[in-house]
Design a protein around this ligand. Structure first.
Ligand code: C2E
Ligand code: MG
Ligand code: MG
Ligand code: MG
Length: 292
């Protein structure tokens, strides 16, 4: 039968392509793994800061810390690539602790009302050892824990729910805030929102890129209202265009983040403009906390 024949050739063709791609991927993962193993964390890693903006004020209330790795062998490797490999190879604990310590030192150099959002990986949120190390840093660096928001994803919690719940409760008991990142992309189970001690939801940027679509608007609107009724914060990620902002303002979103306001940038850039001009990307700094 013709259709069957056709699909067989296609699938045979695909199999060949797939295994070449697969091999290339394995090679590149090994290269990342090796480079990571030999990396000088202090020299090769840097934290970029992206502003979080409050509406309708359009003020900077804090920053999300985003890791940047410039490997001398591989050049810049994006965090989406190296974080999963660091997790798989057991290097994530050392990396997370190093990055968080650096991020806290840096945010400590900025006005005290600004918050720091820091991403945790799946391993981080299930490791009592990592949690203890993070809390030690908060104590040693004398930062007000209320300025810290740890970002986690549903997918990182799902695998070992019990361990994650214990870790998250420990963090929260120490006074830090917790955000559910990339909301809307995974299971987005209301059960998680309800059962986990969450202070904030970050709506994934895929909803904003499609915000001309009434369905996307409806989804964002529902999540914003849900957050309001649960009295938790809500950040809409990935705002790139003025017309997207207009829609979000009409929905009364309280917090936004995206290239329209500011790209992630090195600490020196953010600090210079925050301390010298009292602005970041032309926006003034909020005097209040992220809670508004
Ligand atoms: P995320 O936490 O969801 O971070 C948001 C990502 O969206 C960042 O990518 C940011 O640069 C990008 N972004 C922000 N605004 C816009 C926009 O308007 N348009 C577009 N197209 N993109 C925007 P980045 O820095 O490449 O980070 C990717 C992911 O890697 C992060 O997603 C986070 O899950 C992870 N990551 C980054 N730094 C760390 C870290 O220090 N530790 C851990 N565990 N994960 C990290
Ligand atoms: Mg994040
Ligand atoms: Mg996100
Ligand atoms: Mg993410």
């Amino acid at each position: 039968d013709y259709a069957l024949y056709n699909s067989k050739t296609t699938s045979r063709g695909r199999t060949t392509v797939y295994s070449a791609e697969h091999e290339a991927r394995i090679r590149s993962e090994r290269a990342i793994e090796n480079a990571l193993q030999n990396a000088d964390l202090a020299k090769e890693f840097e934290i970029y800061f992206q502003p979080v903006i409050s509406l309708p004020e359009r003020e900077v209330v804090g920053f999300e810390a985003l890791a940047r790795w410039d490997s001398p062998v591989l050049n810049r490797v994006p965090p989406d690539r190296f974080i999963p490999i660091a997790e798989r190879t057991g290097m994530i604990h050392r990396l997370t602790v190093h990055l968080f310590e650096r991020a806290v030192e840096q945010i400590n150099g900025l006005p005290g009302s600004l918050s720091l959002s820091f991403n945790l990986s799946a391993h981080d949120v299930t490791s009592a050892e990592t949690v203890a190390a993070l809390l030690d840093i908060i104590r040693l660096k004398k930062i007000d824990p209320r300025r810290i928001m740890f970002e986690i994803t549903e997918t990182s919690v799902i695998g070992s729910y019990e361990a994650a719940e214990t870790c998250l409760k420990t963090l929260r008991a120490a006074g830090v805030k917790l955000a559910l990142d990339d909301f809307g992309t995974g299971y987005s189970s209301l059960g998680y929102l309800h059962r986990l001690p969450i202070d904030c939801v970050k709506i994934d940027r895929s909803f904003v890129s499609g915000i001309a679509d009434p369905v996307a608007i409806g989804v964002v609107n529902s999540i914003v209202n849900l957050c309001r009724s649960m009295q938790i914060l809500c950040v809409v990620e990935g705002v790139e265009k003025p017309d997207q902002l207009e829609v979000l303002e009409a929905l009364q979103c309280h917090l936004v983040q995206g290239f329209l306001f500011g790209r992630p940038q090195p600490y020196e850039t953010v600090a210079a403009s925050a301390l010298e001009a009292g602005t970041v990307d032309g926006l003034s700094l909020s005097n209040g906390s992220i809670n508004g």
